[in-house]
Design a protein around this ligand. Structure first.
Ligand code: NAD
Ligand code: UDX
Length: 477
């Protein structure tokens, strides 16, 4: 099989950037060019302040940028030169038309594919890196073959990415597995072997697994659905814990010790966020419905519904603890990213919560160590509403520190599990001293030490633990 010498990656986002930077760092003999239509994004990749925050990414990029790693807006040139092309563009949920709200919008994949067909002057291996519905490779092949110059051959591979944000570099450096799907033909197998060689630059051969294209495509949706399903399962149990006096962390610990269940992805929370889980499950729901499997669709849809329920339940608890009204009260939101160690806010539970708080006419002060202010204002705005910023500013402020956000607040709400919000890192005595009383704290991430905070004087409400019974003084019982 052919040795890959030049790689092009279309899409310089959260996946394309880190993945191809690691490929370049581990394969100094391969030239890797990451291209994007978004010139600002490419400029940021070429600057000292990369467009995404990801621990360890700066070092990897710095080690090979300008050597065998390049970021460019010249898509044509990179395609023409490459032997292998990753398509790593966004595949968001469709907002209009057939399948709106469920199906993946494959417009970006299609336009990248057409671009390849239009400019390619020789044979290429085209790799689906984006998460796509089952059988997308077939559509790509149709488009490529219908538009290519005569005599040019394309092999299509599926190579889904399993990295999680916040740990992308560690996940890429040390993956549980690398998955490559190909047609079971000599050409397909040979293309898969070429891609396997790239990963073998640092991944153990036994962890590089190959299978048929459709299994590979579906495995990505399946893995995300199974992971999200665990979170919705533990969150469903957290509601039972709150009503019974059980503690969800203890239940999770007890269950997780069973090796058949395992410990990870059983942390109850205010709800999962991120650009993948909801999108990919809805995609699976749509696929199931298109295949006339309504029971299967309903089963997976419930994972997303449980997640919405969890966010709403958390809001209801805040309202009811704060004497059934939030109007004019100050709520401090600690953390806006969808998880710690990322500046990404896509589908973050904090956004949903802030939108609910807006309806309740609360005053909200938001602090996050990595999310940019501009991004927070964009996330708070309702799509299509003009000049909303002034309206938003009547209710929302963005604070420069956690302490500042909590000043004068009636309640502190932990939405993201950033380490700096832990008891050991944040001076909660000071937070308490500067809050309105009674001072409430709601932990949507189960990272706080409830007892210690209660000793300071806080009323503490934790997901998956029963409500504090402060409202019924002993002599009233
Ligand atoms: P992203 O939005 O951060 O990046 C996609 C980039 O592609 C954008 O910068 C966009 O400008 C560019 N683009 C779109 N069409 C283009 C075209 N025709 N030519 C050149 N550039 C084009 O998205 P992402 O988070 O990197 O996700 C990419 C894919 O990877 C999605 O399918 C996603 O589901 C999947 N994925 C994401 C993650 C994650 O953690 N974010 C993990 C695994 C898989
Ligand atoms: C996920 C998958 O983990 C990854 O394999 C895939 O490639 C992309 O989608 P990501 O969304 O980046 O990665 O982060 P992840 O760590 O999975 O967290 C997703 C959401 O679930 C976050 O909001 C996180 O806080 C939440 N979560 C995670 C929980 O609420 N509880 C848990 O136990 C784990």
């Amino acid at each position: 099989h052919k040795k890959v010498e030049k790689i092009c990656c279309i899409g310089a986002g959260y996946v394309g950037g880190p993945t191809c930077a690691v490929i370049a760092a581990k394969n100094p003999h391969i030239q890797v060019t990451i291209v994007d239509l978004n010139a600002d994004r490419i400029a940021a990749w070429n600057s000292d302040k990369l467009p995404i925050y990801e621990p360890g990414l700066d070092e990897v990029v710095r080690s090979c940028r300008g050597r065998n790693l390049f970021f460019s807006t010249d898509v044509d040139k990179a395609i023409i030169e490459a032997d292998l092309i990753f398509v790593s563009v966004n595949t968001p949920t469709k907002t209009k038309g057939q399948g709106a709200g469920y199906a993946a919008d494959l417009g970006y994949v299609e336009s990248a594919t057409r671009h390849i067909a239009k400019v390619a002057q020789g044979d290429k291996i085209v790799v689906e890196k984006s998460t796509v519905p089952c059988r997308t490779a077939q559509s790509m092949r149709f488009i490529l073959e219908a538009n290519a110059r005569p005599g040019i051959h394309f092999d299509i591979l599926s190579n889904p990415e399993f990295l999680a944000e916040g740990t992308a570099i560690a996940d890429l450096t040390n993956p549980d597995r690398v998955l490559i799907g190909s047609l079971n033909t000599p050409a397909g197998r040979s293309a898969a072997a070429s891609l396997a060689d790239v990963y073998a630059g640092w991944v153990d051969r036994q962890q590089i697994i190959t299978m048929n294209l459709w299994s590979s495509e579906l495995s990505k949706l399946a893995a995300n659905a199974l992971l999200a399903q665990r979170i919705s399962s533990i969150n469903a149990l957290s509601a039972i814990c709150e009503a019974t006096g059980a503690d969800v962390d203890e239940v999770s610990y007890a269950c997780g010790l069973d090796q058949r269940i395992g410990k990870r992805f059983l942390k109850a929370s205010v709800g999962f966020g991120g650009s993948c889980f909801q999108k990919d499950i809805l995609n699976l729901v749509y696929l199931s419905e298109s295949l006339h499997l309504p029971e299967v669709a309903a089963y997976w849809r419930q994972v997303v519904e449980m997640n919405e329920y969890q966010k709403k339940r958390f809001l209801n608890r805040i309202i009811s603890c704060l004497f059934n009204t939030l109007t004019g009260k100050k709520i401090a939101i600690l953390g806006f990213a969808f998880k710690k160690d990322t500046g990404d806010t896509r589908e973050s539970a904090a956004i949903t919560l802030c939108k609910y708080l807006r309806q309740e006419r609360a005053n909200v002060s938001i602090y996050d160590p990595e999310v940019e202010e501009r991004q927070i204002w964009m996330d708070l705005a309702e799509p299509g509403v003009q000049d909303e910023r002034k309206e938003l500013e009547k209710q929302f402020t963005i604070a420069p520190s956690a302490l500042e956000a909590c000043k004068g607040a009636d309640a502190v709400v932990v939405c993201t599990e950033w380490d700096e919000f832990r008891n050991s890192k944040l001076d909660y005595k000071k937070v308490y001293a500067e809050m309105n009383k009674p001072a409430f704290i709601f932990d949507g991430r189960l990272i706080l030490d409830q007892k210690e905070l209660e000793e300071i004087g806080f009323h503490v409400e934790m997901i998956g633990r029963p409500r504090s019974n402060f409202q019924t003084p002993k002599d009233w019982e």
